[in-house]
Design a protein around this ligand. Structure first.
Ligand code: M6R
Length: 606
């Protein structure tokens, strides 16, 4: 989703701004722009499309200046066009960039227009530029202007603003959208997340909600709402120089699929204590006291939660409620039956998930953030953090973060079950040792690329596809369908196999691709019968299964086999061919694999 960068006090800062924007590219965007300040003028370039277009424009007309702002925009209010792209400049005096949504923008705009302000775009963001302009025109300094603007706006936002007559001063603020300030040596930086700044400085200040700051080359003064100075600590973030590198693969997604053995192994290591047994961030006593868990997540992370529900309820006999984060707080949930809330998010920034976690925390639940990005907002706000160690995930379609989430959640389920006395230490250690074998099984499964390629090619002309799974493979079917639709734009739906006969079977017509997930588990026979029902009505059955279960569906049209695996690990291993199929189908279709249309990596609006 939108990305903000800013530099204060660096000669020829445009190139640095562009570099930082490239690091935020993975978030998804549809236009971009940079503004710099020289003497008493702003110089601005904006472009629709990829950063390459902005980069070409900057090569043709380089921008001078020691301070500046950059932005990648994912359209919310107003179409994708150059005039709606950020930065926005009011009356050649104030430049701003903004992420989020100013919910009362229409009212503010009408008031400002009444006072003679002329707007140039259809965006909600432009009101910020005019609000700051009105403040400065009335004689306020940066600190007062920041306090005043924050008191006027409602919604979610991260912004950065500059006045043309105040070189080397930037005003930044946030509410619910992330914003980090990087402190360098005689230069300061601003970014939507530390990733944008990691190549520039490791000293970062994270603003809290409704904070604002006046940033100069010497550092930042932070204020709470109302203008009271407040101390926000400088934290040292990890350097991550290699993250914009595809490592020889054609796409980040392809690279990230291949990184899954490491992602799983590192996550397992993070869930293993010094003495070699499973461990979680919750002390044994805390685990024992858990009597109900609510899982909060969106998209792929929600499907990880759904898989975990099967594991936790079966192993630990603890009730789990899986909630679509964007629905949770608005349906006024009854929270009393649960003692812990697990917020699952790769980015740690999904606003829906963050808000749901806050709601659960306010209702008295212990919050646990299962996040992949250290230092993200969910990581900072959760009572406890359970990290996945998948490394930076750049492809918009989540792959290695999902299998890492599943790994952490399975470890959590097993540790919980043992702490609750539902399984003994021997069974805990058995499952732990099974998980140790997973990286190598995933490694073998990665060898399926060539076998899956012709299958993917044949799917490129499909108008629709169904994914079926039963029991713990049902959420994997949902994940498979999501991967195919988001990457290749082919309509796809996931169903619980047993549910087909209650309606969806009417969709089946001759040749409809049905991707069927099957494991040698206790529901295998029933799942095979459900596939027989689909096959009898003309479906083309593409069976994705472990080797020993393949014979149960001898009528399958095509079979993709993974190594035999304990049923408890089947959802993790069977995810891999499903990812490969979606990746190769998109590749064969020629869609934008790493940045599919209309999507953003980090969804920071509700
Ligand atoms: O960063 P998060 O895990 O919170 O993101 C949640 C979803 O936006 C994300 O999983 C999305 O569904 C992906 N595009 C799926 O591939």
């Amino acid at each position: 989703m939108c990305g903000i960068v800013g530099v204060v006090g660096l000669d020829d800062c445009a190139e640095t701004l562009l570099d930082s924007l490239k690091r935020l590219e993975y978030r998804g965007y549809d236009s971009s722009g940079i503004v710099t300040q020289t003497g008493t003028t702003f110089n601005m370039t904006r472009a629709v499309g990829k950063l390459g277009a902005l980069s070409t424009a900057l090569r043709e007309t380089p921008l001078q200046g020691r301070s500046g702002l950059g932005h990648t925009r994912w359209a919310t209010h107003g179409g994708v066009s150059e005039r709606n792209a950020h930065p926005h400049i009011a009356d050649q005096k104030v430049a701003i960039v903004h992420n989020g949504i100013i919910e009362n923008h229409a009212k503010l705009r009408a008031e400002l227009e009444d006072k003679g302000h002329k707007f140039a775009s259809e965006t909600d963001s432009e009101v910020l530029a005019h609000l700051f302009l009105a403040c400065f025109d009335s004689g306020m300094d940066a600190k007062k202007a920041g306090a005043h603007v924050l008191s006027q706006i409602e919604g979610t936002f991260a912004f950065s603003a500059m006045h043309v007559d105040q070189p080397d001063v930037m005003i930044v603020g946030r509410n619910a959208s992330p914003l980090a300030i990087g402190i360098g040596d005689g230069t300061s930086f601003v970014g939507s997340d530390a990733v944008a700044l990691a190549h520039l400085t490791r000293n970062v200040i994270y603003l809290k909600d409704n904070d604002y700051a006046v940033v100069t080359p010497e550092g930042a003064e932070v204020f709470e709402v109302g203008g009271r100075p407040v101390n926000r600590e400088v934290v040292i973030v990890a350097a991550s120089q290699g993250m914009v590198d595809k490592g020889g693969y054609r796409h980040f997604m392809e690279k990230e699929i291949h990184e899954q053995p490491d992602a799983v192994a590192h996550t397992l290591a993070a869930m293993t204590g010094a003495e070699g047994t499973l461990s979680t961030p919750l002390a044994r006593e805390e685990l024992r006291s858990i009597d109900g868990i609510v899982m909060l997540a969106a998209g792929t992370s929600h499907y990880a939660a759904m898989v975990a529900r099967y594991w936790i309820e079966a192993l630990a006999r603890v009730p789990v409620s899986c909630e679509v984060a964007s629905e949770y707080r608005y349906r006024k949930p009854v929270t009393g039956a649960y003692s812990a809330a697990v917020a699952i998010s790769q980015s740690g920034e999904s606003l829906d998930t963050l808000m749901a976690m806050r709601h659960a925390g306010e209702a008295g639940l212990r919050t646990v953030g299962l996040v992949n990005v250290p230092g993200s907002t969910i990581a900072r706000e959760a009572d406890l953090v359970m990290p996945t160690r998948a490394g930076p995930e750049i492809g918009v379609a989540s792959t290695k973060a999902f299998t890492a989430q599943l790994t952490a959640l399975l470890c959590f389920a097993v540790a919980l079950a043992e702490a609750k006395g539902a399984i003994n230490a021997k069974r805990r250690d058995e499952i732990h040792s099974l998980i140790h074998g997973l990286p190598s099984m995933i490694g073998k499964t990665l060898g399926l690329f060539d076998e899956i390629r012709p299958l993917a090619h044949s799917l490129t002309t499909a108008r629709s596809a169904l994914y079926l799974g039963r029991d713990v493979l049902f959420p994997v079917a949902l994940e498979g369908a999501l991967k195919l639709k988001e990457l290749s734009y082919i309509h796809a739906e996931g169903f619980a196999s047993g549910e087909m006969k209650h309606g969806p079977i009417a969709l089946i017509e001759d040749g409809l691709p049905v991707i069927a997930l099957l494991a040698a588990d206790e529901v295998m026979g029933k799942a095979a019968s459900n596939l027989q029902e689909a096959s009898a009505r003309g479906a083309r059955i593409i069976l994705v299964t472990e080797d020993r279960a393949a014979t149960a569906v001898d009528f399958a049209d095509e079979i993709v086999r993974v190594p035999n695996v304990d049923p408890i690990l089947a959802p993790i291993l069977l995810t891999v061919p499903v990812q490969i199929l979606a990746y190769l189908t998109a590749f064969e279709k020629g869609t934008d694999v790493d940045q599919p249309r209309n999507l953003a990596k980090s969804v920071t609006v509700e």
